[in-house]
Ligand binder design. Structure first.
Ligand SMILES: NC(=O)CC[C@H](N)C(=O)O
Length: 251
């Protein structure tokens, strides 16, 4: 089976391009019945309110929720993380529909507005333990959310010291009473809970394919069926020079 990529809005093409580089077929998902033909799903970054409106328009919410509840692997990146969260703050007036399933509270624009987007070297010990490579990952945060709290079944894969983000203190998007992370001085940006993976940043925009490989290992059929392709691709393509890059990405 193939990996589905929710293609309502946002960076779905970039995810499909990374999957292709890893020797895995990614297909665009826009209709509920298309979820029947995919083994797993990536929900890309973009704009979560718009994505929710389009999902509602296409009657996707019941099928997406069922997909999550069936235990199929789902990875939400950025807006996709917001979509998967059980609870969200900082929403537009009227709120927005969420798929849910991931036991956490997410702040929709935790790091501020578009111009407060940033890149940082993010330590990712659990992913490195599985995928190898350098100890950190060049993480691209674009008007990014962050996770304010997690339930007991959620494993934290990456967090950022608030002191590392210069703009954070002057960020009016974080009401004081909501800033429960202040005392710990860290904010969570990547988590795993059973079949669900979520990252607040955009791994599809960098040449480092370790997050995609990590997710593909959560998909049993791909592990069994094409594990040699995936692992060969990971070791050869994650950090080495590539002659064919089919999307503009940061090197
Ligand atoms: N890059 C992104 O996906 C940004 C998500 C955005 N903060 C939202 O609310 O949807």
């Amino acid at each position: 089976m193939v990996v589905g990529v929710l293609a309502l809005q946002g960076s779905f093409n970039e995810h499909i391009a990374v999957l292709k580089r890893l020797g895995v077929k990614g297909v665009e998902v826009r209709k509920p019945e298309q979820l029947l033909n995919v083994s797993s799903l990536i929900i890309p970054g973009g704009e979560s309110t718009t994505m929710a409106k389009l999902a509602e328009l296409h009657n996707l919410f019941p099928a997406l929720r069922e997909f999550v509840q069936m235990g199929k692997p789902v990875w939400g990146t950025c807006a996709g993380l917001i979509f998967l969260a059980n609870r969200a703050t900082g929403q537009k007036t009227g709120g927005q529909k969420l798929i849910g399933g991931l036991d956490c509270t997410v702040h929709r624009n935790f790091f501020g507005s578009q111009i407060q987007s940033f890149e940082t070297e993010l330590p990712i010990p659990q992913v490195v333990a599985e995928e190898g490579g350098p100890p950190s990952f060049r993480a691209v945060f674009i008007r990014a959310p962050a996770i304010l709290d997690v339930g007991p079944d959620v494993e934290v894969l990456a967090d950022i010291p608030l002191s590392a983000i210069e703009t954070i203190n002057s960020n009016p998007a974080i009401p004081k009473e909501e800033d429960s992370t202040e005392s710990g001085k860290k904010v969570i940006v990547a988590v795993k809970q059973g079949n669900l993976l979520a990252t607040a940043f955009h791994p599809e925009l960098t040449a480092d394919t370790r997050w995609h490989s990590y997710f593909l290992k959560m998909v049993p059929e791909i592990e069994e069926g094409t594990s040699d392709i995936v692992s060969t691709s990971t070791s050869n393509q994650s950090f080495g020079a590539r002659s064919i890059i089919d999307f503009p990405i940061y090197q």
